[in-house]
Design a protein around this ligand. Structure first.
Ligand SMILES: C[C@@H]1N[C@H](CNC(=O)c2cc3ccccc3[nH]2)[C@@H](O)[C@H](O)[C@@H]1O
Length: 442
């Protein structure tokens, strides 16, 4: 019997995170929109690592913040805009320039599947207010203007045809079509947001459009929810769960409710006792940044390290790609996705469908990082940040057989005190973390 939610916080608080969200581990985030046309941001800092005497908003590395970065009236993006487009060029003028001739949603979905992703979260409306889906509530949308396509519907169908879950991102509290004062400090995200009931109703109604028309497996709200709409949240979330039984939501509803917590780059806290999700771009931006080239984005090894450390601590990794305006996925991003997929094809047994082991991640004296996952009674051990060439590592409080998932790893193992010493002779031909299975080891 399907559980019904009745518009109260009490009924919502009985909602449990469905198994699929615990099992899937790796998702692809997609930031694609008007901001992909200028595709510019300075390459500055990761969120959570901004130097104390610097201003994030006047030097925003998020290319999807282009409108605000110009609107602040100073800094690299403002200068770039004046030089490239001129002082009279308005952000809305990018609409007619946004042609999606290379948008091939089936190819995108195929690439995400090859990357080993189990879910996708696509931005439907970012802070700039331009909707990538047909909406009854605004003509500022991709069906009516610019691309003249239901960009969200096309990808939703393609992703589901590949057997992946489709999630949708919505910028709840921020919409610069309703409130366009420059945001120059963190609190402005809330204090300068549109304070009208009209906008709160707009956000509620568009969220219902997304739920009713696409039934997203993840409703990924960003930054916060309109204050004037907080009393309607229990109805919106009940409507969501009553229509999308497997649905999950994140923790960006003004702290009122969540299925899973989030981190973004280095910002936020995670607690392995609770389901959470790490989201970040491959570089410092979510939207495509044309000056962020191959040498400026994460290596495959670092991305696999992030996946392994996130999953072994009860998280999912939602890794962003920023397509070019025309729908081309940048080569440097595609290359990394395919390499991650190759690693997961060999080592995915230690990732997909696992749960947090009672054993916590550790660093041995040689600096090798040891991460654990479990699946029923089996234990998986993943070695990361390993040296080139041969090395040894002792896994404490372990006994019995230990088997590398990658047959290109040459190793021995032996009992060592109350643990097992693994002697790796050669691992050159493999990329990223080295995963072992210990049958019955949990
Ligand atoms: C995915 C990413 N989100 C940004 C806003 N981030 C937050 O509101 C936020 C980060 C974070 C980390 C831990 C807990 C809550 C958080 N909210 C957006 O401003 C970016 O353009 C991009 O869409």
């Amino acid at each position: 019997m399907k559980k019904q939610y009745n518009g109260t916080w009490e009924s919502l608080n009985s909602h449990e995170v469905p198994a699929w969200y615990h099992d899937c581990k790796f998702g692809i985030f997609i930031h694609w929109g008007l901001y992909s046309v200028p595709a510019y941001a300075p390459i500055t800092w990761q969120l959570g690592e901004v130097p104390i005497d610097e201003n994030w908003y006047a030097n925003n590395p998020y290319a999807e913040w282009y409108f605000n970065s110009v609107n602040v009236g100073r800094g690299p993006t403002y200068e770039h805009h004046i030089k490239t487009y001129g002082i009279d060029f308005k952000y809305e003028d990018f609409v007619s320039m946004w042609k999606v001739d290379n948008y091939k949603p089936d190819k995108w979905a195929e690439l995400f599947r090859k990357a080993g992703a189990a879910y996708v979260v696509m931005v439907t409306k970012h802070h700039d207010g331009f909707c990538l889906f047909p909406s009854k509530y605004t003509d500022y949308n991709a069906m009516k203007k610019g691309p003249k396509r239901d960009l969200v519907g096309d990808l939703t169908n393609a992703v589901r045809a590949q057997g992946m879950k489709m999630g949708l991102y919505y910028s709840g509290i921020l919409d610069w079509r309703f409130a366009h004062d420059p945001i120059i400090e963190q609190n402005d995200n809330f204090n300068k947001a549109c304070p009208t009931y009209e906008y709160a109703d707009y956000a509620y109604n568009q969220s219902c459009e997304l739920i009713d028309n696409y039934k997203p497996s993840v409703f990924w709200n960003d930054i916060g929810w309109p204050k004037q709409g907080e009393q309607n949240l229990p109805y919106l979330l009940s409507h969501y769960y009553n229509n999308v039984e497997e649905g999950v939501v994140n923790d960006r509803f003004n702290g009122l409710y969540h299925d899973f917590r989030t981190m973004e780059y280095k910002y936020g806290e995670s607690n392995r006792m609770e389901k959470w999700e790490m989201n970040r771009g491959m570089g410092l931006s979510f939207g495509y940044n044309a000056i962020e080239e191959d040498d400026k984005i994460m290596s495959v090894e670092d991305t696999i390290s992030l996946l392994v450390s996130t999953v072994s601590n009860n998280g999912n990794l939602l890794l962003n790609i920023g397509p070019k305006a025309d729908g081309t996925i940048p080569k440097e991003q595609e290359k990394r996705l395919l390499s991650i997929g190759q690693w997961l094809a060999v080592n995915g047994e230690a990732i997909y469908g696992t749960r947090c082991s009672k054993r916590e991640s550790a660093i041995d004296e040689s600096g090798v990082q040891i991460h654990y996952t479990k699946k029923k009674k089996d234990l998986y051990v993943m070695l990361d940040k390993v040296p080139q060439g041969a090395f040894e590592v002792v896994i404490p409080d372990l006994s019995g057989e230990i088997r590398a998932l990658d047959d290109k790893i040459f190793y021995d193992f032996e009992a060592f005190g109350t643990g097992v010493k693994i002697k790796i002779h050669s691992h050159q031909t493999s990329i990223g973390s080295i995963a072992f299975k210990v049958p019955g080891g949990e």
